[in-house]
Design a protein around this ligand. Structure first.
Ligand SMILES: [Fe+2]
Ligand SMILES: [Fe+2]
Length: 311
């Protein structure tokens, strides 16, 4: 990878500093970091056996529009696959942390993961090995442990600095998952780094053009689930129709591929057509929710560190 300077530090959930702000992140630096704690090993536990994950997923599958997407067959497929997936303890600790402190991120992580399993089946074919490989440890927002909760949960517009700290989660997740998986080329690490990149190069952190359809599928699920969720900056979520129209608009702008969009939309159709036969509607009937301040940036807050009597 091209060396990139880190604007903010990267640390683990127990506040162990992995890389300080100002360090140049490169493949060599990452390899050195991975080698640093080579002897360390992490226990792995079946994902669905952890805490309330299984119960929460079953409940979330019943909420619209997921009740339609996860028909009996899809639900059975997603759960049987997830039953075989093990997560290492630091990943499970990520889930526990967000379940306690920012339930949206916890729920979003579970749903993007579950949704990605059925998109993976369409994109990668029936080979369970391939799907398992793609899904192992793909916790796309892992780097959010490096973003203060006040910023994640902020309900008024973000400042430019807040936004930069938030966007830091992509590189942070890449470093953290490379470190925990001992492999900077692992799919999980790549998903963390690239899930905000777009096909036309308009995304972040590097502005590269997204080419891997499986990473792109996870990116599409990420946007889709975020639109469907009430957020601090958007108390009323998008309805399903309008969310799919947003995804279609992104595709028309060249940010996502038609193939991935067809896969996502095909799962929203009652008759579940094969994605290649799924015709996309360009009719704009949806209405984005009012009071949506996503993307609004406000001026920096005045520096409160100034001493009042300094005159
Ligand atoms: Fe993200
Ligand atoms: Fe996300």
């Amino acid at each position: 990878m091209k060396a990139v300077e880190l604007d903010y530090p990267i640390y683990t959930l127990d506040k162990r500093l992995l890389l300080p702000a100002g360090d140049k992140l490169s493949s060599k630096v990452l390899d050195e970091l991975i080698a640093r704690d080579k002897g360390k090993s992490y226990k792995v536990i079946p994902f669905l056996e952890h805490s309330t994950v299984y119960r929460d997923l079953r409940r979330l599958f019943q909420e619209p529009p997921y009740d339609l997407i996860f028909g009996e067959q899809e639900r059975a497929f997603a759960l049987s696959l997830m039953k075989k997936i093990n997560f290492m303890v630091p990943v499970l600790e990520f889930l526990d942390y967000f379940k306690e402190h920012d339930f949206y991120t916890y729920r979003h992580t579970l749903m993007v993961f579950a949704l990605s399993t059925i998109l993976a089946r369409d994109l990668l074919g029936k080979s369970e090995d391939l799907i398992m490989e793609a899904m192992a440890g793909t916790i796309h927002d892992f780097g959010k442990i490096c973003v203060p909760l006040e910023i994640l949960k902020k309900s008024d517009p973000l400042t430019r600095t807040n936004k930069n700290i938030l966007e830091h989660h992509a590189l942070a997740g890449f470093v953290l998952l490379s470190y925990f998986h001992r492999d900077q080329r692992s799919f999980a690490a790549r998903v963390a780094k690239e899930h905000h990149e777009r096909r036309d190069g308009s995304g972040y952190p590097l502005g590269i053009s997204l080419k891997d359809s499986m990473v792109e599928a996870i990116a599409a699920c990420d946007v889709y689930d975020a639109l469907l969720s009430p957020r601090p900056y958007r108390p009323i979520p998008y309805d399903n129709r309008t969310a799919l129209e947003e995804i279609t608009a992104m595709t028309q702008q060249g940010k996502l591929s038609w193939k991935v969009t067809q896969v996502l939309i095909s799962h929203n159709r009652k008759d579940k057509p094969h994605f290649r036969e799924c015709k996309i509607s360009f009719e704009k009937r949806g209405k984005p929710p009012a009071d949506n301040i996503y993307g609004v940036i406000k001026d920096e807050e005045p520096d409160t560190g100034e001493r009042k009597n300094d005159k």
